[in-house]
Design a protein around this ligand. Structure first.
Ligand code: G6P
Length: 601
């Protein structure tokens, strides 16, 4: 959700914090602010709106001081406004705090502090934090001890960065569930909610774990258990991501860059070592029941996994939306639960894994972020290697997850006795996918741009698919609604006649995803059904198909194995969502009301 940055060192803090905030904007962007400390005096600038606009107005970079904190907000308590924007100071102006997460008992604490004479100006839950720390400092405790005492009283999940006018050479960070990393520099230190914000300065990071705090000075950080104050010895980890990987690289938006990176990402993911697949295979085969839990795009990848594991490896698994796991699933010692999460920080998925663990189940994860929270909830840890994904909407990490699950399905098929010749054929076809994805990108883009112009004012778009086409249309519909804001609904084509057909009228756009395979004939039947009601049909289909004759617009995709089609068929849909969004004058990288990493339930 919100993004936090911090800096302490010899350089001017504000430009570094501003740059970090811009890189974290995908975490929330309804308001932003920076506080620096110079000569024991705070300088605070904040407002509602996007960082670039606020910066144009307030000129963050000119703020003095070599220590500071910054914040980009995704509102939970209190509407987006200048007053509610972070950083928040205590009412005596001695402390500044930025916060990601939710303080569940803030109302009670606010009441207590008000009785003690503390004054509040915002509607946020955050404002109790600097005041509570101040309350303990005024009773004679130093900053570190006051922070620990205050945190002891806070209920909820949060990450905090704190600076104090009384101890200007210290930056304190606290993690309770919401992620925080410390970047280790030479004579300077960085703090951020996520790795891309510090990559420009260092690739050495320390990941704070749940219940830990960092007391950060320019020369280094001491990590302690927040509760006991006991020192935790930790080495920094070197990450392989580079600063360039988190730049736009000549593309107009991160969304477009990340769509174009997909052939390479698929290729990289196909290199997963057999030993890692074996680990996951053992994990799955040793269980009586298997659940794949995930949210959003990752859930759609899980659905592809469900189809592929059933068809190729004869393994029945359930794909479950994480927030529904608790209500709809039962786990025990014979259950295996695989959590799939790009960020590794999605609260609903972490909770599902925790519940599974408490019920005795074994857990595994597939994530894109090294040492993210999900890795600590999992007995088996596997990574997609898609590189940093900056756009809020997931594109390249979807294909990385899908590639991984397809590769795993083929591996399990081999383990379960599929003939060598069939396995070799499948592997050869999988290896063709990166080139096929490249071909799609090279061929369809101009056509998609024209379609985007034509359909960008649509009110509703319906998407239909069968079999493996079903998770593809769900993901395509999600891309469309996330960034175009057009109502888009993906469904199994067979379900049309049970309700949605009533909504199809003259000129309603219907996107039909028709991968090769036995369901094609039935898909043509469904296309005719909607055409009979006046729909305009856009088909994404195998280039050699006769589907063309039945539709208004035809987007050809190179032939591939039916089950591998999500990797190539999703690309035209992603491009359509992107270009329609641009056509509508909206920002595809930063859709309204959404955040990349959803760390609240
Ligand atoms: C948010 C993002 C989506 C993402 C979902 C799950 O809603 O906006 O793009 O698919 O979270 O995220 P995860 O990091 O768990 O894959």
């Amino acid at each position: 959700m919100c993004g936090i940055v911090g800096y302490i060192g010899k350089r001017d803090a504000a430009p570094i914090l501003l740059d970090g905030l811009k890189r974290l904007e995908y975490r929330g962007y309804d308001s932003a602010g920076i506080a620096t400390l110079s000569k024991k005096k705070f300088h605070i600038k904040k407002d509602k709106g996007k960082i670039a606009d606020i910066d144009r107005k307030l000129d963050f970079a000119r703020m003095p001081g070599n220590v500071g904190v910054g914040h980009t907000r995704w509102a939970t308590h209190g509407a987006p406004s200048k007053i509610n924007a972070h950083p928040h100071a205590d009412c005596h102006g001695k402390l500044v705090v930025v916060h990601n997460g939710i303080i569940e008992n803030y109302a009670k604490l606010k009441k207590f502090l008000k009785q003690k004479g503390y004054r509040f100006i915002s509607n946020t839950d955050t404002e109790v934090i600097p005041n509570l720390i101040s309350y303990f400092m005024r009773r004679g405790k130093n900053l570190e001890k006051s922070v620990r005492s205050a945190v002891e009283k806070l209920k909820g999940s949060f990450a905090l960065a704190i600076i104090s006018a009384d101890e200007p050479d210290t930056l304190i960070a606290v993690r309770k569930e919401s992620p925080l990393i410390v970047g280790v520099g030479k004579g300077e230190m960085f703090l951020a909610s996520d790795i891309p914000a510090v990559l420009k300065h260092t690739n050495r990071i320390i990941v704070l774990e749940n219940g830990e705090m960092a007391i950060i000075k320019p020369s280094g950080a001491v990590i302690k258990k927040t509760k006991s104050g006991g020192v935790v010895r930790k080495r920094s980890t070197k990450v392989t991501w580079t600063a360039e990987m988190a730049e736009k690289g000549g593309f107009a938006h991160f969304t477009l860059k990340e769509i174009h990176q997909q052939p390479e990402v698929i290729k990289n993911t196909l290199r997963v070592p057999r030993a890692e697949l074996e680990k996951l295979a053992k994990f799955l085969l040793g269980a009586e029941r298997v659940y794949l839990v995930a949210c959003g795009t990752s859930y759609h990848a899980a659905l592809v996994g469900k189809y592929a594991l059933a068809k190729l490896a004869n393994l029945s698994v359930e794909a479950v939306i994480s927030s529904e796991f608790q209500e709809s699933c039962r786990a025990n010692g014979k259950t295996a639960v695989l959590g799939i999460s790009q960020s590794g920080e999605t609260a609903d998925t972490l909770k599902a894994l925790r519940i599974a663990k408490e019920s005795g189940a074994r857990t595994a994860c597939l994530t894109n972020v090294v040492e993210s929270s999900i890795t600590r909830e999992s007995d088996v840890v596997c990574y997609t290697h898609a590189g940093p994904e900056v756009s809020v909407v997931a594109t390249k990490t979807f294909v990385a997850q899908v590639t991984y699950l397809l590769l795993l399905s083929v591996y399990l098929a081999e383990r379960r006795g599929m003939s060598k010749s069939k396995i070799c054929k499948l592997i050869a076809r999988l290896n063709e996918v990166p080139d096929a994805a490249r071909a799609v990108l090279a061929r369809v883009e101009p056509h998609i741009r024209k379609l985007a112009k034509k359909y960008s004012n649509s009110q509703h778009i319906y998407l239909i698919g069968r079999g493996i086409g079903y998770p593809i249309v769900l993901e395509a519909a999600l891309k469309l609604k996330e960034i175009t804001y057009i109502h888009s609904e993906g469904m199994p084509a067979g379900e049309l006649k049970h309700g949605t057909l009533a909504l199809i009228e003259r000129d309603t756009p219907v996107i039909a995803v028709v991968p090769p395979g036995a369901s094609q004939v039935r898909m043509v039947g469904n296309i005719e059904e909607v055409k009979a009601r006046g729909a305009t049909v856009i088909a994404i289909a195998d280039e050699s198909d006769d589907v063309k004759e039945h539709v208004d617009e035809f987007i050809p995709v190179p032939s591939t194995e039916e089950l591998f089609s999500p990797l190539t068929y999703i690309i035209p849909a992603q491009l359509l969502a992107y270009y329609m969004t641009v056509e509508r004058g909206q920002d595809p990288d930063r859709p309204r009301s959404l955040a990349k990493s959803v760390t609240v339930e």
